[in-house]
Write a protein that binds this ligand. Structure first.
Ligand SMILES: Cc1cc2nc3c(=O)[nH]c(=O)nc-3n(C[C@H](O)[C@H](O)[C@H](O)COP(=O)(O)OP(=O)(O)OC[C@H]3O[C@@H](n4cnc5c(N)ncnc54)[C@H](O)[C@@H]3O)c2cc1C
Length: 406
């Protein structure tokens, strides 16, 4: 039997950061893959958007209804603390125009390397290729049986992530372990996922995107929510931060209406009427240039209502004017489905937060058991919010455990 003060299951950002901060305690991280941090390596399309450059209070708008759970973790280890941590270990960071923080090298592998180096300096053991067969709570701690033997520890931390991009190793095992130890699980569902659109007509402009547009979500005839952000067109539907961040609210059969021109319907109608009086000889495509939409998109929108781009504004009938208002102010996309776990960047749902103490991340049901990261029922928007949450939670657990070893 191998013994340690702390066993951590899962060598992702949350697990490694917990391990790093356990101070002088003996820590073993059990990882099922052959190497640590597979998901971290693909984060930010390989560039790793590790956090966001904004005031701390802004963070709380980016974790949905459960944001309060992160209060202690984010205050205890902020975005600026995280940047200082990486800078202090030789990794320079840069901020892009949207406030996203990346390593200056633009390499997620450099972020992972810092974490592994600090683990090595702190004598953390990362035991890879471990298949966990059983976890038992004993009177004095935990017994974890793996394919390579039995590990014993006083404290157990579950940092197995969610179940999105399962090929990276995050396959939802943590939910199973938590359940075995008495916890309940809020049903997991894909989040930060692209949406597939029924009878999609925009495939030919796949790769094109528009910035900061309003999207309205309709269920039946009722508008139930709205959101604003960048929207990208894919081969089969919509993506980009404005859709990904909204996806946790979207169901198949919903209708997404996009306002491409930032004008209310009545205002646009009035503008068109005025334009027909003042510049009636102008072609509609020329007039619409002021909205700064990609030309290919503009043509597809006009095509959807059978209006030729060269049509002069004065020739547009009242019916056509109403159609123009409708497609530019509320272009409808019917949702076929939201992308599944294989394309969702994070998992919504997970270990029930009511059963975990947000001040320490310790289980309220099983003393000595802790959770951190995406395995919990908390998920953030795109922009570095998920990694910051994983790091902040890991720090909170690690620091707390480290103090017990003093
Ligand atoms: C394509 C993609 C891009 C992303 N980009 C960003 C980004 O730029 N910025 C951002 O903030 N977030 C991003 N995210 C989200 C972010 O990567 C995750 O929220 C974050 O990695 C969660 O960290 P974690 O440590 O909780 O879990 P994970 O990173 O999922 O790590 C969990 C670890 O546990 C291991 N494990 C699982 N089960 C077991 C088991 N039974 N035994 C042992 N080990 C186990 C896994 O192999 C894995 O190594 C992205 C996600 C994806 C999929």
């Amino acid at each position: 039997m191998r013994t340690a003060d702390v066993i951590i299951i899962g060598a992702g950002p949350a697990g490694l950061f917990t391990a790093i901060h356990c101070k002088s305690l003996k820590v073993i991280v059990l990882e099922k893959n052959a190497a640590a941090g597979n998901k971290l390596l693909i984060s930010g399309t390989g560039r790793c958007n590790l956090t966001h450059d904004c005031i701390l209070s802004d963070f709380f708008d980016h974790y949905g209804a459960n944001h309060r759970f992160l209060k202690t973790a984010l205050h205890g280890f902020t975005n600026f603390d995280l940047i200082r941590f990486f800078n202090g270990h030789g990794l320079e960071t840069v901020v892009d125009k949207n406030g996203k923080v990346f390593p200056a090298s633009q390499k997620a592998s450099d972020v992972l390397q810092v974490l592994i180096n600090v683990c090595n300096q702190n004598k953390v053991e990362i035991a890879s290729s471990q298949h966990i067969e059983e976890i038992l709570k004993t009177e004095t701690g935990f017994e974890v049986k793996t394919s390579s033997g039995i590990f014993y520890s006083r404290f157990l931390v579950i940092t197995t992530g969610g179940m999105s991009y399962p090929a990276t190793g995050s396959t939802g095992d943590g939910y199973h372990f938590a359940k075995l130890l008495g916890h309940s699980i809020v049903p997991p569902k894909p989040s930060l996922s692209p949406v597939f659109i029924r009878e999609y007509t925009m495939a030919s402009i796949s790769g094109v995107s528009v910035q900061n547009k309003a999207v309205y979500l309709y269920r039946g005839d009722k508008k139930i929510s709205e959101h604003r952000g960048d929207i990208g067109f894919t081969h089969k539907g919509l993506s980009g931060p404005g859709i990904l961040d909204f996806s946790r609210h979207i169901l198949s059969g919903d209708i997404l209406k996009v306002n491409f021109i930032d004008l209310k319907a009545d205002d646009f109608r009035n503008e068109l009427i005025k334009a027909s009086e003042k510049e009636g000889r102008t072609a509609i495509q020329t007039y619409l240039k002021k909205f700064d939409l990609p030309r290919s998109l503009l043509f597809l929108i006009l095509k959807s209502i059978n209006i030729e781009p060269e049509t002069r504004i004065a020739e547009i009938t009242k019916i056509q004017r109403n159609q123009l208002v409708s497609v530019f102010c509320e272009f409808p996309f019917t949702v076929e489905k939201v992308g599944g776990f294989n394309m969702a960047m994070v998992t919504a749902g997970g270990v029930n937060l009511d059963e975990v103490n947000f001040k320490t991340m310790e289980s309220k049901l099983v003393p000595g058991l802790y959770f951190a990261g995406e395995v919990l029922d908390i998920d953030g928007d795109t922009g570095g919010y998920n990694l910051q949450a994983a790091f902040s939670m890991g720090y909170l657990v690690g620091k707390g455990l480290g103090r017990m070893g003093d």
